[in-house]
Each structure stands twice: as C-alpha cells, then as structure tokens.
Ligand binder design. Structure first.
Ligand SMILES: NCc1[nH]cc(CCC(=O)O)c1CC(=O)O
Length: 307
C-alpha cells in the first residue's frame, strides 16, 4: 500500500508529516510527502481573524484530497475547522503531546506571575483575551507567521516574549527558550492543541482506512478530540475566536473543561462536564449547551462583530 501524504511546508507541518510517515513506514507502507502551500502560508501581513479563518490552512490540502492527488492530509488538529464538508473525514488523531501553552523568551527570567510588565507577541485572540483576564499588567502586540518567523520577530525585539503551544515549541526543539509553563486551570488550551489530525476523502477504500487508523490513531486522544470538536461545533467557533476546551480522561469518565472569554478579558465563562467515554460528542455538546444557557452566544456574537 502506497500513501501520498499532503502537508503544508512550514517546519512544524513537516515535523508532523515525517512523524506520520515514520509510523506508516514502520507498519510496512510506502509513502511520499507532497508539500502544498495554503492561503494562510501566503498571507502573512494580516491577522487570521481578519482573513477569515475558514479553511485558511486547509483549503488547498482538501482540494488535493478530493482530486486524489494525495491520500491523506496531515494537520495540526487545532488548525482544523470544527465542521468538515460531507465528502471529507478525519480518520485518526495521533497521541497528544503536553497540551499547555508556554511563555518563550531569550530572557528566561520572565514570568507572567511576577507582576512585572512586559510585551507579549501573539496573534491568538484566545491568548490575548486570557492575558487580559488573568494578567492585565501584560501588554500584547499582534504577531503572526509560523514559529520561525515569530521567533525571529522576538529576536528582533518586537516583543519581550511570545506565547506558544508547548507542542510546537518542543517539536521544533526550542525547549531551552521556555521561561514558564502556563497552568491549565487558567490558560485552558485551544481545542485540539497538541494533536495531529489525519484527514481523507470519504471515498477512501475501507481497508485502507482501517490500516491507517490502526497505525496512526490513538483512541484516548481521539475521544478527547471528538468531545472538544463537538463542543466547538455547537458554539460555532473557529480557530480565531477565544473559545477554549480541553477533554481529559479521569476515573469518572471523560471530562471536558471549556468556555469563552470576551476580547477585553472582562467576561470569562467556563464549565466542566464529565460523562461516559463512549459518548464523547454528547459530553462536548452538553458543555456547549450549558455555556449557551449562560450567554455564550451573546459573547461570541459581540466578538465576531469586533474582529
Ligand atoms: N495556530 C498555529 C499552530 N497550530 C498548531 C500549533 C502548535 C502545535 C499544536 O498545538 O499542535 C501552532 C502554533 C502555536 O499555537 O503555538
């Protein structure tokens, strides 16, 4: 069996593609990697919330899945829309890396907790709003681009530190620049953070799909991701709105904590729902309903107006 793997060309995307390729080769499959540029890679001078987040990092990969030019598309699960078109599906989620965000700087004495004021670069509305909520003394500047670009901007002094997902920092081997691991009970990560998702056409041959799932899918991660994605879908949040959600496996079953924070950091709604691991999407949906009942839709509508 030969698998054509489609990926974006950034270093992190390539890390993910090689990681997937290695698992497939260990399972006896032959592979090739096809690099595909997306709109999100081309447009670097505008924030994602302004380009319109729908499919900016995925559209071109999905086109090639439909044409059969690639068999699978490899994505950071976090960058995927919560709702896929009917002719596409996610068939596997790889084992999750540590999910937290980290503060990264050349000055490793920096800490959000110290109370000292400094400038943090980030383009994530979730991170900006969370900083305003938990650490209002911190200033932020908008900072887009892939990891290397952001690190270069940090080096050039455009900010004192940047906030990033630990997963990407670790995969790019920048661990030595981590000054602080943010606490999960404050900085709940974005839905999907730390996992790699495998997308394919719904017309994929069943035996091929089963083989790929057997080699790539991590069932515990998959259950978490299904819960988180159902939660995000119900809230109709994309990757550019400050919605956060994390599902973890506990003694009582699958627990998901998630919510939404207003752009000014003033209002933060958050809840936890726990349920049967065999019905992850129901758990995610229940969390969304609970938040909607408390006004999450109004907060989200206001955010979308301001983006
Ligand atoms: N939005 C960009 C993006 N997509 C995935 C990661 C990190 C790795 C991951 O969470 O899988 C990042 C960078 C970041 O947010 O720091």
């Amino acid at each position: 069996m030969h698998i054509k793997i489609g990926t974006r060309g950034s270093r992190l995307a390539l890390w993910q593609a090689y990681y997937v390729e290695k698992s497939l080769q260990q399972g006896g499959l032959s592979t090739e990697i096809i690099i595909i540029e997306t709109k999100g890679d081309q447009i670097l001078d505008r924030s994602l919330s302004k380009i319109g987040s729908k499919g900016v990092f995925t559209q071109e990969l999905e086109d090639q899945l439909r044409d059969g030019r690639i068999d699978i598309a490899v994505h950071s699960a976090k960058d995927l829309q919560s709702e896929l078109d009917e002719d596409l599906e996610l068939i596997a989620f790889t084992e999750r890396e540590r999910v937290n965000d980290v503060l990264v700087s050349h000055n490793t004495t920096l800490s959000l907790k110290s109370g000292e004021t400094f400038v943090v670069g980030t383009s994530s509305t979730r991170r900006v709003a969370m900083l305003k909520h938990f650490y209002p003394h911190i200033k932020t500047v908008d900072m887009r681009g892939n990891l290397q670009t952001r690190l270069r901007k940090l080096e050039e002094g455009q900010c004192d530190a940047i906030l990033l997902a630990y997963a990407g920092v670790h995969r790019m081997e920048y661990d030595s620049l981590i000054c602080e691991h943010l606490q999960l009970d404050e900085f709940t990560p974005a839905v999907g953070q730390g996992s790699v998702a495998i997308e394919c056409s719904s017309t994929i041959a069943p035996e091929k799909k089963e083989k790929l799932r057997a080699l790539l899918n991590h069932p515990a991660t998959e259950a978490s991701l299904l819960a988180e994605r159902a939660f995000l879908r119900r809230l109709q949040g994309g990757c550019s709105v400050p919605v956060f959600g994390l599902a973890t496996h506990q003694a009582k079953g699958l627990g998901i904590t998630g919510g939404v924070v207003s752009l000014d950091g003033q209002t933060l709604l958050k809840h936890t729902v726990t349920g049967d691991t065999s019905a992850p999407e129901a758990i995610g949906g229940e969390l969304a309903e609970k938040l909607l009942a408390e006004g999450a839709a109004e907060i989200l509508a206001q955010i979308k107006q301001n983006l």
